[in-house]
Each structure stands twice: as C-alpha cells, then as structure tokens.
Write a protein that binds this ligand. Structure first.
Ligand code: SF4
Length: 187
C-alpha cells in the first residue's frame, strides 16, 4: 500500500477527534514543493481537500498558481502536521494531534525525495521544520534569508490575518516576488 493510502486509512487518534478521522493529505514522490501546514479546518474536512476556502485562494495567489496546479500532487505535496480536523476551542482550531507527526512525519518527508522548497505555515510546522526558534511568527518571516531558498515561513493566509498583512506590507512587497519566481522555476 502506498504511504498516502496508509495515512488515509489511519484511525490512530480517532477517540480524540470530534469527527470521524478523515486524513487530508496530497502526496506524490515527484513533488518539488511541500506545503507544511497545521491541521485541516472543518471546511477542509467537509470538502475532503485542503485549502478549499478563502485561505486557499490567497495562498494560490501568493504562489502564482491556479487550482489545477495547486491540486496536482506531482507539483505540490500538502501535508499538515496533523492530517485530521482536531476540533475547535474558544479561540480557533485546536492543535494538531501530536501523535500524527510522531507517527507519520518522517515517512512523509522520506517519500518526497525531490522536495526543494518547504513552505511552513503555523507554529507547529515551524517547530518541526525550522532549526532555529523565534519569539514570534513575524520574527520568523522577517528572517527569511536565513533559510531561503529551501524553506520559507509564511503567515497563515486566512482572512483572520488581514490585520497582520496591513501592518506588515513588506511581506507582500519584499518576499512574495521571490516566492513566485522560485515556484515558477520549480514547476
Ligand atoms: S490525526 Fe493523524 S494520527 Fe490521528 S487519525 Fe488522523 S491521520 Fe491518524
């Protein structure tokens, strides 16, 4: 069985999930780009695919790609730190289930031998994928030269972050042109 199929059959932490396990992952060994996010939200759970919302629209715009390219597993691997919707608390979605990355993350990375760029979204992906620790997301994004061109930290593209984008216009002005060029080169 292929790794993606094994993951889709996983029920390891079912007793802790608010809905039935429905691992959301896009994986192909040819993919040069990995999008390492946090965990699917309830809309991704319902749609059965990641970034099927306004966040996805903004992310695709940042990358300079259309939906067809974005959902092509030979171009983009999409593997959050937790593959199933973890539930919601008062201030947003719960953390990805820890056992998910413990069980699957190394195998997922090993299954991407052609990975040349990892796009890191969220504190859990930062903690796993970055060698350095940062006090804030803004500090990690600002320090992008330290891990470019193999890794890039992105703020979450959610409309909930609109205030962050307004306060940090350098992100779109300075970083996105480099990101778009790099993605175009890799595709
Ligand atoms: S979150 Fe991860 S470990 Fe838990 S059931 Fe889903 S795929 Fe398995």
């Amino acid at each position: 069985m292929q790794l993606a199929d094994k993951i889709r059959a996983c029920t390891l932490c079912a007793e802790h999930l608010p809905l039935a396990p429905k691992p959301i992952i896009q994986l192909d060994s040819e993919a040069p780009i990995l999008i390492a996010g946090q965990a699917p939200g309830v809309r991704a759970h319902q749609a059965g695919k990641p970034f099927a919302d306004a966040s996805g629209d903004r992310l695709r715009q940042w990358l300079g790609v259309n939906e067809q390219q974005f959902y092509n597993p030979r171009l983009f691997a999409i593997a959050p730190m937790g593959f199933c919707y973890p539930g919601t608390a008062q201030h947003g979605d719960l953390a990805p289930r820890e056992e998910c990355a413990v069980t699957w993350r190394e195998q997922v990375l090993a299954a991407l031998p052609k990975r040349q760029l990892t796009l890191v979204l969220g504190q859990y992906a930062m903690a796993y994928h970055l060698p350095k620790r940062y006090k804030t997301l803004t500090a990690a994004v600002q320090d992008w030269h330290s891990y470019w061109p193999h890794t890039l930290v992105l703020p979450h593209p959610s409309p909930r972050n609109n205030r962050w984008f307004k306060r940090n216009p350098w992100f779109e002005q300075e970083i996105l042109p480099h990101l778009q060029q790099r993605v175009a080169d890799l595709l």
